[in-house]
Design a protein around this ligand. Structure first.
Ligand SMILES: Cc1cc2nc3c(=O)[nH]c(=O)nc-3n(C[C@H](O)[C@H](O)[C@H](O)COP(=O)(O)OP(=O)(O)OC[C@H]3O[C@@H](n4cnc5c(N)ncnc54)[C@H](O)[C@@H]3O)c2cc1C
Length: 589
C-alpha cells in the first residue's frame, strides 16, 4: 500500500528550503507550514484510500474503446469525480481564475503524492491543469469566460494535442489544418498519442490543438493554437477518438488517435494570435515538464516502498558475519548488496525530491517577487528535473525489481507495473534527448553559461552556510559530505566551461554529449541538495530529532561514496566523448 512521504516532504519544504518565505509576498500571503501540512495530509489520505487501490485494477482492465467512445477503467470515474468534489484541481490555479492560488511548490508536492499512488489516473487532471495555464496566458476574455470556470473546477478535462505521426519531437512538421469560418475555424487532421483524448470520467473534454491556418508560413512560425471542445453548446463537435493504443504501461490512461473534422470540420477557436501557437504551448510546457519530472519521483517513491516491504519480509540465506547455524536465516535486508540497492533508491528519491522542490520554489519566487534571477534558475533546472528524474525513475524501478528477485518479474508483487508505468516518463513531453538539447542550447549556450554560474555560486553559498550551522552528528562525516558536494559543484563548473568551448569549436560535438551533460547536472544538483538537507538537519535549530538527522546524514554519506563518484566518469565523457560520436559515419551504426 502506498503511503505519502509527508514528513520528508515537509522537512525539505520548510526546514531545508524555507518555502514559508513566500508568505512575505502578497501573492502567497496565506501560505504557512501548518496549512501545507494539512493539505499534504489530506492528499496522502486521498492517495492511499482512493487512488492507490485503483492502481492495480486500472493496469489489469485498462481503458476500453468502442465506436461510442472510450470507457475509463472501473472505478476511475468515481475517483475522478471525488477528486473534483474535494477541490483538488483548483489547488495550484491562481485565485483570479477561480483557483486556490497555492504555490507551485505545494501543488507539485501534492502531485508527487498522487503520481506515486496512481500515475495513469492522475495524468488526466494534470493535462487539464496544463490546458488551463495555456488559456490563462493566451486566451481572449471571451474564451476564458466560456471555458475556464469548468476547467478550473475539473468538471471538464483538458488535453494537449501536439503529436502527429510525422511530427513528434519535431513539431515544425505539423499538418493539421485550420480554415477560417466566421467567428471560428474548422479543424481537420489526425493527432496521435493523445493522453485522455476521450473518456467518460467527465462531461466534456477541452482539446488544445496545434494546427496550421491556411496560408500560414512553413515551419514553427506557422503553427497556431486552438480550443476544440468535444461538446459545443449545439451538441457533439466533429472530433472522435478512432482508436486507443495497446502499450507497455499506464494502461488506464487512454492514449488516443484523434480524428478532427472527418465530416464537416471540427469547430475550433483560435487561442491568442495566429502563428504563435508553439510559443504558447512552450509556456505551458515548462509547467508540464516539471510535472512529468515529478511523475518520475512519485513512481520512484512507489518503487522504494514496494522494495522496502519486500526486503523486510523475504527470508533467504544467512547474513555474512551473522549466525551461520541452520535455522537462523536472514531477511534479505541483512545482505550488504540488498542494503546497498535500498540505499541507492532511498538516497536517489530524496535527492530528486530536494531537486524538484528547490526548482518549483524558484518559479514561485519569480512569480511572487518578479525575481528574474530565480526565474533564470527555474528555467535552467526544468529540463534537468524532467530529464534526470524520469531517467532515474527507470533505474529506481528496475533496482526495486532486482531487489524482488524473480518475484519482481512476476506481476503479482506490483513492482513490474511500476517499472512499466515509469518507462514512459522519459519519453513523453519531450524525450531525454530533447530535454538535453534544451539545456545545452537554450539554457547554457544562449547566455554563455551565465545562469549556470549563478546557480553554482548560490548552491556553494547555501552549502557553506548549512555546514557552518551543522552542530550534531558525526563531525568527520559532515565535513566529508560538505567537501564532496562543494567539489562536485567545482567539477560541474569546470566541465560546463569546457563544454562551452567545445560548442564554439564544433556544435555537433557538444550536442553529442548533451545527455551526459544533463545527467551530470542532475546527479550533481540533486546530490548536493541531498547533502545540503543533511547539513540542515544537523543544525541545532532544525526542529528534527537526532534519529531523523542521523538518517539524513547516512544517506548523504552513501551518496558521497556511491553516487557522486559517477560525476567523474560523466565529466570525462563530456570533455572528450563528442568526437567519437560525430566522427562515426551514420551509415555504419
Ligand atoms: C503513452 C504516451 C502518451 C502521450 N501523450 C501525449 C499527449 O497527450 N499529447 C501529445 O501531443 N503527445 C503525446 N505523446 C507523444 C510524445 O510526446 C512523443 O511520443 C514524444 O515527444 C516523442 O516523439 P516521437 O514519438 O515522434 O519520437 P521521435 O521524435 O521520432 O524520436 C525518436 C528518437 O529520436 C530522438 N530525437 C528526435 N529528434 C531529436 C533531436 N532533434 N535531437 C536529438 N534526438 C532527437 C528522440 O530523443 C528519440 O530518442 C504521448 C506518447 C505516448 C507514448
Amino acid at each position: 500500500m502506498y503511503t505519502a512521504p509527508i514528513r520528508d516532504l515537509l522537512f525539505v519544504m520548510h526546514q531545508q528550503f524555507k518555502v514559508q518565505q513566500l508568505s512575505a509576498s502578497a501573492r502567497f500571503a496565506d501560505y504557512s507550514p501548518d496549512l501545507a501540512e494539512s493539505i499534504l495530509t489530506e492528499a496522502g489520505k486521498f492517495a492511499s484510500e482512493i487512488l492507490d487501490p485503483l492502481n492495480r485494477t486500472g493496469d489489469e482492465h485498462g481503458a476500453t474503446w468502442s465506436s461510442d467512445g472510450v470507457k475509463a477503467a472501473p472505478g476511475f470515474r468515481a475517483a475522478y469525480q471525488r477528486y473534483v468534489a474535494d477541490g483538488w484541481p483548483q489547488l495550484g490555479i491562481s485565485a483570479e481564475h477561480g483557483g486556490q492560488g497555492a504555490p507551485l511548490t505545494l501543488n507539485t508536492a501534492v502531485e508527487e503524492i498522487c503520481f506515486g499512488a496512481n500515475l495513469a489516473l492522475m495524468l488526466c487532471p494534470t493535462l487539464g491543469h496544463g490546458a488551463v495555464e495555456a488559456l490563462k496566458i493566451a486566451g481572449s476574455d471571451a474564451l476564458k469566460a466560456r471555458f475556464l470556470p469548468k476547467m478550473v473546477s475539473g468538471e471538464w478535462t483538458g488535453t494537449m494535442n501536439l503529436t502527429e505521426s510525422q511530427a513528434g519531437s519535431d513539431l515544425a512538421a505539423i499538418r493539421t489544418r485550420a480554415v477560417a469560418s466566421g467567428d471560428h475555424y474548422l479543424i481537420q487532421g489526425q493527432k496521435i498519442f493523445i493522453s485522455w483524448g476521450d473518456h467518460d470520467v467527465a462531461d466534456n473534454i477541452v482539446h488544445l490543438v496545434l494546427a496550421r491556418i491556411e496560408g500560414a508560413p512553413a515551419g514553427v512560425k506557422g503553427i497556431s493554437l486552438f480550443v476544440v471542445p468535444k461538446f459545443l453548446d449545439a451538441g457533439r463537435n466533429d472530433v472522435r477518438c478512432v482508436s486507443i493504443e495497446h502499450k507497455l504501461g499506464i494502461h488506464a490512461s487512454p492514449t488516443c488517435v484523434m480524428a478532427y473534422g472527418d465530416t464537416q470540420g471540427a469547430v475550433g477557436y483560435l487561442v491568442g494570435e495566429a502563428n504563435r501557437g508553439l510559443e504558447y504551448m512552450f509556456i505551458m510546457m515548462n509547467a508540464a515538464r516539471l510535472s512529468v519530472g515529478v511523475q518520475g519521483v512519485g513512481q520512484s517513491e512507489r518503487a522504494l516502498q514496494q522494495a522496502r516491504t519486500w526486503v523486510l519480509s523475504r527470508v533467504q540465506g544467512r547474513a555474512v558475519g551473522g549466525p551461520q547455524a541452520a535455522g537462523s536465516p536472514a531477511t534479505i535486508i541483512q545482505h550488504p548488496d540488498v542494503r546497498r540497492m535500498m540505499l541507492t533508491i532511498k538516497s536517489g528519491v530524496e535527492a530528486m525530491r530536494a531537486l524538484y522542490v528547490y526548482s518549483a520554489l524558484q518559479s514561485d519566487l519569480a512569480r511572487a517577487n518578479g525575481d528574474a534571477v530565480a526565474q533564470a534558475r527555474a528555467e535552467l533546472l526544468i529540463p534537468v528535473v524532467k530529464g534526470w528524474c524520469t531517467e532515474q525513475s527507470n533505474e529506481m524501478a528496475s533496482l526495486a525489481m532486482q531487489i524482488h528477485g524473480g518475484m519482481g518479474y512476476i506481476e503479482e508483487t506490483g513492482v513490474a507495473q511500476t517499472l512499466r508505468d515509469a518507462r514512459i516518463t522519459a519519453i513523453y513531453e519531450g524525450t531525454t534527448g530533447i530535454q538535453a538539447n534544451d539545456l545545452l542550447g537554450r539554457k547554457l549556450l544562449r547566455d554563455s553559461g551565465a545562469a549556470l554560474r549563478e546557480l553554482l555560486a548560490t548552491l556553494r553559498a547555501m552549502l557553506a552556510a548549512a555546514a557552518t550551522a551543522a552542530a550534531r552528528g558525526n563531525a568527520a562525516q559532515l565535513a566529508a559530505a560538505h567537501e564532496a558536494a562543494a567539489a562536485s559543484l567545482l567539477l560541474l563548473g569546470d566541465v560546463s566551461e569546457a563544454l562551452l568551448q567545445i560548442a564554439n569549436r564544433n556544435p555537433s560535438e557538444a550536442y553529442a554529449v548533451s545527455v551526459p551533460f544533463l545527467k551530470l547536472c542532475g546527479l550533481s544538483f540533486s546530490s548536493v541538495l541531498l547533502i545540503h538537507g543533511a547539513l540542515v538537519a544537523a543544525s541545532a535549530d532544525a526542529g528534527v530529532d537526532d534519529a531523523f538527522a542521523q538518517g539524513k546524514l547516512q544517506l548523504a554519506s552513501f551518496a558521497c561514496n556511491h553516487t557522486l563518484p559517477q560525476a567523474q566518469a560523466l565529466a570525462e565523457t563530456i570533455r572528450v566523448g563528442g568526437s567519437s560520436v560525430t566522427g562515426v559515419d551514420p551509415a555504419t551504426v
